[in-house]
Design a protein around this ligand. Structure first.
Ligand SMILES: [Zn+2]
Length: 342
């Protein structure tokens, strides 16, 4: 599976730590969300709504977003400045919304031109912004590693690649106000809440996959009931109300990774923890965090996940206590931000 340096038991220990430290924080955040929205309990369709007067909105059209992105990368570092000027100059992105254009976002590498290419669809939502910054993180790493002689070193395995992109989403935080104006704090809060709930959801998908692939003879009903059990474990607040179809545990049918990329989904979780790590490292010392991030990106596919974690001076998410430490600083910030935004 292109992964070296950790096994099934270590991944199980990772999920155990998420259950112990992230899930209770998510429950607390959901209770506060209900209060903020003035409802008794948050139903599954309420979960994405963080504020009664609406979630943060991206300000400006697609051209102004590109202008702001240029400015952001210019100020962020010398390397990102060079990188994004190159992207714009060579027209290595397609982000405008057009009729018939497929949804989603990705970053490709074009070996013939030693260049990354970013694809996304801009409609003006928070997600569009996240996707673009995320893919720019992937592109930045590919740009930095274009000169490796060994082609396999130009890109890394997914667990490492997602560190580049998910961390970029957090390292660009000081420029959020340029994009979201008075909604900047709302954006940062929602971004963090979404990352926290995603981490718990990733554990549902991962544990489900271990079950589904170890027990191929399980019936459709057994799979459904195991999925619902996992939702109750990692997303204990999930309330499907009168939606009996989802309540019997069928949500996994829409998670395509389960079908086409067994055991790939956990990579997002491992990388998310590394990204959280960069988030608070940057709060403590931006220069140092950026140096570490550069080391991680420049190493491309030359090292394993655990080696990269070490190289970037990050906490090893498999090690007992790592997620506890990371959650502590997030908890403090996210609950404080929530109080300010009430
Ligand atoms: Zn990605």
């Amino acid at each position: 599976m292109n992964r070296i340096g950790y096994d099934k038991d270590m991944v199980a220990n990772f999920r155990k730590q998420v259950l112990e430290y992230i899930v209770p924080l998510n429950e607390q955040l959901i209770r506060r969300q209900a209060k903020r929205l003035g409802i008794k309990t948050v139903k599954y369709y309420d979960e994405p709504v963080h504020f009664l007067d609406g979630n943060a909105e991206l300000k400006g059209d697609v051209n102004s977003i590109i202008e702001k992105t240029l400015k952001m990368y210019k100020e962020l570092s010398y390397e990102t400045s060079e990188f994004f000027e190159y992207i714009v100059e060579k027209d290595l992105f397609d982000v405008e919304k057009r009729e018939g254009k497929e949804e989603g976002g990705f970053c490709e590498y074009i070996p013939k031109y030693n260049s990354p290419f970013i694809y996304s669809v801009y409609r003006g939502t928070i997600d569009d912004f996240n996707v673009f910054t995320h893919e720019a993180g992937h592109a930045f790493q590919k740009y930095l590693c274009a000169n490796y002689e060994i082609p396999e070193y130009c890109s890394s395995s997914e667990d490492i690649s997602e560190i580049h992109s998910m961390s970029m989403e957090f390292l660009t935080e000081p420029w959020i106000k340029d994009f979201f104006g008075y909604d900047a704090e709302k954006y940062k809060f929602s971004h963090m809440c979404n990352a926290l709930s995603l981490l718990a959801y990733i554990c549902v998908v991962d544990e489900f996959q271990h079950f589904a692939y170890e027990k191929p003879e399980a019936t459709y009903e057994e799979r459904n009931s195991f999925w619902r059990e996992l939702e109750k474990k990692y997303l204990p607040y999930r309330d499907y109300e009168e939606n009996t179809f989802l309540d019997k545990g069928t949500y996994w049918l829409r998670q395509s990774h389960i079908f086409w990329g067994p055991f790939y989904y956990i990579d997002y979780g491992l990388a998310q923890v590394a990204a959280f790590n960069f988030w608070y490292k940057a709060k403590e010392n931006r220069e140092e965090a950026w140096e570490d991030y550069m080391k991680v990106c420049k190493s491309g596919g030359s090292k394993s996940f655990v080696e990269v974690i070490k190289l970037g001076n990050l906490k090893n998410p498999f090690e007992e206590g790592s997620i506890k430490d990371i959650t502590q600083s997030i908890r403090e910030w996210v609950l404080g931000a929530e109080e300010e935004l009430r």
